[in-house]
Design a protein around this ligand. Sequence first.
Ligand SMILES: [Mg+2]
Length: 348
Amino acid sequence: MEIEDIRWKVVEIPLKKPFRIALGTTTVYRGVIVEVCTQELCGIGEASPSPRITGDTVGSITAALEIARKVLIGKDALDVGARMNDLEGTIRGNTAAKAAIDFALHDILGKRAKMPLYRILGGERKKIDTSLTVSIGSVEDTIKHAGELLEAGAKVLKVKIGLDPEEDVERIRALRNITDARIRVDANQGYSLKRAIKVLRRIERYEIEFAEQPIPAERIDDLEILRKSTEIPVFADESVHRSSDVLRLIGKVDGINIKMMKSGGIREATRMISIARAAGMKVMVGCMIETKVGITAGTHFALGMGADYADLDGYWDLKENPYEGVVYDDGYNVLPEAPGLGIKSPGN
Ligand SMILES: [Mg+2]
C-alpha cells in the first residue's frame, strides 16, 4: 500500500480556562492534525507542540512534515517500522511530527487489519482510568476546579504544584478534606531538591499516589536522593523522553511518564515500556494538551501495552472537541471499537 499523500492542517482551539502549570500558562491550543493517505485509505495523527519540553513548535512540525513527504511518499505504508526508520534516518528530534506520522501509519495498519489498534498491540481491555488535571491556583481555585472534575466523574486527580511550597501544601490539605479520590501531584520541575523534600514530606499524610517531576529534568542524581527522602513514589516526566533516558533512570525513580510527543510515537514508546517493566518501574502514559486524535492514540498504546496508570485528559481543557475518539465515562477513557485508532473527523 503505497503512501500517496501526506497532508496536514493547523488547528486552533481555545481552552475552557487558562491552564497554569509551573512552566507557564496556556490559553489556546495550536496543534497539527496530519493525514497519511494511500489509494485505499487514510490514517490520522496529531502533533502537539511543547517548545519548553520537546522543543517543537507549529513551525518546526510543519517543516519536519515537508521532509516526511519527500522521504515517505511512494513507500509501503504497512511497513511501519521501516517507515519510522526512514524518518529517524532523515530528521533528528522533531518527536511531535514523528508521533503524528507514527499514529497515522498505525491507523492505516489497523484499518487494513479491520481491528482496533489496542488489540493489535496485544491489549485485552478497552478502557483505562485516567486522572483529570487541576491547574495551579489559590486554595479556593483548587477546590472549585477539583469540585468540577469530581462532579464530572473523576476518580483520580492530578494536582499541578511547583510554584509556592506553602500554598501547595495548603491546597493538598484542603483537597484531601473534601475528597477520598486518588491524588497525584506534578511539579513540572518547579522545585529545588530542598524544597521538594520539604513539600513531599509535608503532604505524605494526605495519601499521595506519586509525585511527578518535582525537580529540574537534568537533575537525575537528585531524583534518587529525593526518592530516598520521601515515602511518596517519585515519577520522572520531563527527565525521560526516550528509551536511553529510561536506562539512565533505573533505580533513581519509581516510575516514568511516557508521552507520545516525547518518544516520537508508539514504536519508541514500546521500547521504553519494555525497559521500565524489566527494571521494575511503574509506567504511566501521559499527554500534552491534545485533541482526541492524540489522546485516542495514547489510550490505544496504554491499553495495548498494559500501562499501570494513565493521565490522558489533554482534550478535557479544550472548548471544543472537533474530532471524536475516546469517550470519558465515569473516570475512564473508553476506546471506540472501530478499526485502527477509530477517529471520526468533523463532517465525516
Ligand atoms: Mg508531568
